[in-house]
Write a protein that binds this ligand. Structure first.
Ligand SMILES: *Cc1c(COP(=O)(O)O)cnc(C)c1O
Length: 222
């Protein structure tokens, strides 16, 4: 099937048509991404700074570029002028650097805080306690050039649907819990970025507002 047909098929299966689809284009060449663009896609996700910058330079300027991978602090400056949403903010130090570079670029950068929900040790992110302390404390208030729009998470890589479901459900509960607190001015809890090619339907059942889908659109990566 073509990229256009894949996109159509994915959208046809959506349980929630308000949920945003982000086409994860990492490792894919510009001509493939342009196929998705011509089919109407404007939101693309990349996980490497250099690759995102190169594609952004070559491609139409109305594309929304989403940084979905682990972001190193010393590379924030390269994407700060144009990045649309940073999904994987996994430390306060990174958030401070994003704020600094956003200020230099004279803009406010939307961010999601990445939550460590999966069992795997290697996954980056805040745990529930760290996150609650951060949100309830004073530390976020001076960061005027970032806007926290919600949370992002990845489920354990497993065939066990029940595990995936309970992890996504825990993430949704955490978002609801935080939304009911007195939040700093630059924090909102409206977005929940969860779900990939293999688990986006479970994620939508559990309240996802953004799914990040790569291989189901562009084919498998080598
Ligand atoms: C690669 C990637 C995806 C997309 O994965 P697929 O299984 O190809 O849909 C989603 N989120 C993140 C953070 C990724 O790195």
């Amino acid at each position: 099937m073509s990229i256009k047909e894949n996109l159509q098929q994915i959208k046809n299966t959506f349980l929630n048509h308000e949920c945003k689809l982000i086409a994860v284009s990492k490792t894919k060449p510009v001509e493939k991404i342009m196929e998705a663009y011509r089919a109407g896609m404007r939101d693309f996700g990349e996980n490497k700074v250099q690759e995102m910058v190169e594609k952004q330079e070559q491609m139409p300027k109305d594309i929304h570029w989403h940084m979905i991978g682990h972001l190193q602090r010393n590379k924030v400056k390269y994407i700060a002028p144009f990045v649309y949403l940073i999904h994987g903010v996994d430390s306060f130090k990174l958030l401070q650097e994003i704020n600094k570079q956003a200020k230099k670029a004279d803009r406010v950068i939307p961010c999601l805080l990445q939550i460590h929900i999966a069992k795997e040790e290697t996954k980056f992110g805040f745990d529930e306690k760290e996150l609650t302390e951060l949100i309830e404390g004073e530390a976020l208030k001076p960061l005027k050039n970032v806007k926290i729009e919600g949370l992002m998470g990845m489920a354990t890589y497993t065939e066990n649907e029940q595990t995936i479901r309970s992890e996504f459900s825990a993430l949704r509960n955490l978002k609801t819990l935080l939304k009911n607190k007195a939040l700093p001015e630059n924090v909102q809890m409206n977005e929940l970025s969860m779900g990939m090619s293999g688990d986006y339907l479970i994620a939508q059942k559990e309240g996802s507002t953004m799914v990040r889908i790569g291989s189901a659109i562009f084919g498998s990566r080598n």
